[in-house]
Design a protein around this ligand. Structure first.
Ligand SMILES: C[S@@+](CC[C@H](N)C(=O)[O-])C[C@H]1O[C@@H](n2cnc3c(N)ncnc32)[C@H](O)[C@@H]1O
Length: 276
């Protein structure tokens, strides 16, 4: 278990990330100019379909102003900043990667959202929060890095209020082995994909009732096809975060989706009463 977490941390080690971001963001304007979450969308939404997917997940989860939201595996914080800006909620992000959390805090300073958005370094398997603290928990493109799904979903249930919402948007296994490297795993050592059915079978016993269940693979494939047709990506992009091999990682994700090896799942669950 610890070895697997260390391997995942290593995959997202992102040496010198905040300094690289500072340098790359010069392209968007002077350092004292406030940035908008939308301006950062090409480099801070680390999942298929970018900002559009985060907006859809927020709508599905029914996030509104004043809610307390936890983003598990928050990356460099793009989804958290976007949700706070568009829904008016308070967002806490938690991530295993210290460089990602440092970068998330820096980017949040640059968007001036420090009063609404905060980040902590911790494992999703040991969330540093009291039970029943959050109205909504989001998990976007994170579960495929986590082998102990029973513990992951139990921890998510524990920090949610009864009746709260858990919205997940994740990569799932369809058929055959994925081609590596992919954005979350350069080798199988950090890849713990489950099928959609096995994902649901792990979530429900943790204390959840399924409210919505969508196969989003076709939308992801259409997005990949559009990216391929539209030439080089905007700059700065996720290559700043993950390094020069990111184009290859992303291309393999596209190939795995197009070949039917991987799929994309969106689902919404209600936290059952803890006593029931
Ligand atoms: C592909 S990125 C997605 C980031 C973010 N959810 C987004 O969509 O922009 C996966 C993230 O999950 C984090 N992660 C992986 N395993 C984790 C764990 N056990 N606990 C907390 N975070 C984890 C990684 O550090 C990384 O930031």
């Amino acid at each position: 278990m610890t070895d697997a977490l260390d391997d995942v941390r290593d995959h997202y080690r992102a040496t010198g990330l905040t300094e690289r971001l500072k340098a790359a963001l010069v392209a968007l304007g002077p350092v004292d100019q406030r940035l908008t979450p939308a301006q950062l969308g090409a480099l801070d939404q680390f999942h298929t379909r970018g900002l559009a997917a985060t907006a859809e997940l927020a709508r599905l989860a029914g996030i509104t102003a004043g809610m307390s939201v936890l983003d598990v595996g928050s990356g460099v914080g793009g989804p958290a900043r976007f949700l706070a800006a568009t829904c008016g909620c308070q967002v806490t992000g938690v991530d295993l990667s210290e460089p990602f959390v440092d970068a998330a805090r820096y980017l949040t300073e640059r968007t001036g959202q420090g009063g609404q958005v905060s980040f902590e370094t911790a494992s999703a398997l040991e969330l540093p929060f009291d039970s029943g603290r959050f109205d909504v928990v989001l998990l976007q493109h994170v579960a495929m890095n986590i082998s102990d799904r029973t513990r992951l979903y139990r921890e998510i249930r524990r920090v949610l209020k009864s009746g709260g919402s858990f919205a997940t948007f994740d990569v799932v296994l369809n058929s055959g082995e994925p081609h590596y490297p992919v954005p979350w795993a350069r080798t199988p050592a950090t890849c713990f994909l489950l099928t959609a059915a096995a994902t649901r079978a792990a979530i429900e016993p943790a204390g959840f009732r399924t409210l919505a269940w969508h196969d989003d693979t076709e939308a992801a494939k259409a997005w990949i096809a559009q990216l391929r047709a539209s030439g080089p990506p905007p700059s700065p992009n996720l290559g700043v975060v993950m390094g020069p091999d990111f184009a290859q990682l992303a291309a393999n994700l596209g190939r795995n989706l197009m070949e039917g090896r991987l799929g994309i799942l969106t689902a919404l669950f209600e936290a059952a009463s803890i006593d029931s």
